[in-house]
Design a protein around this ligand. Structure first.
Ligand code: ADP
Ligand code: MG
Length: 250
């Protein structure tokens, strides 16, 4: 059981290649981190896996427990158990947070089955309490006027409610103060299980102080160029990405 990415190549609509042969396997039960310089393709990788239409897959494969992800529409990928927390979460004016998550859960039920509203709100409030999100956020439009930190916590709330199998968090830690970071980590750690795999995209080691990764990968120029254990993140924090210069393709 794993999220398996093999030789993944993807380009912009105009043909500009961004991903140039990404190989990565995230087994269920593990947390992997991807680090790397700005512009190396980390967000593109997450968006291609989620099915963003700005990118065209030109080669390679993505499978989730053997299911061909690239064959699925975006909503099918979500229902198949994929979750992506965006680096820049969108605002959805006019749709309340509570109705948004409820609709997403309802969409996962078999036709004709109704979500139990009482159980739903009980679950929602329990998760909001854990993430220290005020109850008034249930009635507010999704992310509208939320601070950066509130948006990121809201992404984690969606993650906890949707209960996905494979989770990609794209710089969910960026822009968070230390208290908000600890709350985000608490939510993620509460969701760690033998049946769930995580891919954390992050710029900073500090997130990994709170969410210990099984493996750390470095992405540069559209490829994974180095992989190691949790100590690789510490090494990168100390020495930066200078080593990449020596790896530059001929
Ligand atoms: P990272 O998340 O590692 O900082 P991105 O995946 O956001 O990197 O971007 C990788 C490269 O692809 C960058 O040079 C970026 O400008 C370019 N890129 C990504 N998406 C688009 C897009 N939709 N339109 C134009 N350029 C893009
Ligand atoms: Mg990015």
């Amino acid at each position: 059981m794993s999220l398996l990415i093999e030789n993944l190549h993807a380009s912009l609509e105009d043909g500009t290649p961004i991903l140039k042969g990404v190989n990565l396997e995230i087994p269920a039960g593990e947390v992997h981190a991807i680090m790397g310089p700005n512009g190396s393709g980390k967000s593109t990788l997450s968006k291609v896996i989620a099915g963003h239409e700005a990118y065209k897959v030109t080669a390679g494969s993505v499978t989730m427990d053997g299911v061909d992800v690239l064959e699925l529409d975006i909503d099918q990928r979500s229902r198949a158990g994929l979750f992506l927390a965006f680096q820049y979460p969108a605002e959805v004016p006019g749709v309340s947070n509570a109705n948004f998550i409820r609709a997403a859960l309802q969409a996962r039920l078999p036709k004709g089955e109704e979500l139990d509203a009482v159980a739903y709100y009980k679950n929602l409030y329990a998760k909001m309490d854990l993430l220290e999100i005020d109850r008034k956020f249930t009635a507010r439009s999704v992310n509208e006027g939320f601070s950066g930190g509130e948006k990121k916590r809201n992404e984690i709330l969606q993650l906890m409610m949707l209960d996905p199998t494979y989770v990609i968090l794209d710089e969910t830690d960026s822009g968070l103060d230390i208290d908000a970071l600890k709350i985000v980590a608490k939510g993620v750690n509460a969701m760690r299980s033998a049946h769930r795999g995580f891919l954390l995209i992050t710029h900073y080691q500090r997130l990994l102080d709170y969410i210990a990764p099984d493996q750390v990968h470095v992405m540069a120029a559209g490829q994974i160029v180095r992989s190691g254990g949790a100590d690789l993140a510490l090494e990168l924090e100390e020495n930066g990405y200078d080593f990449l210069k020596e790896l530059a393709p001929a």
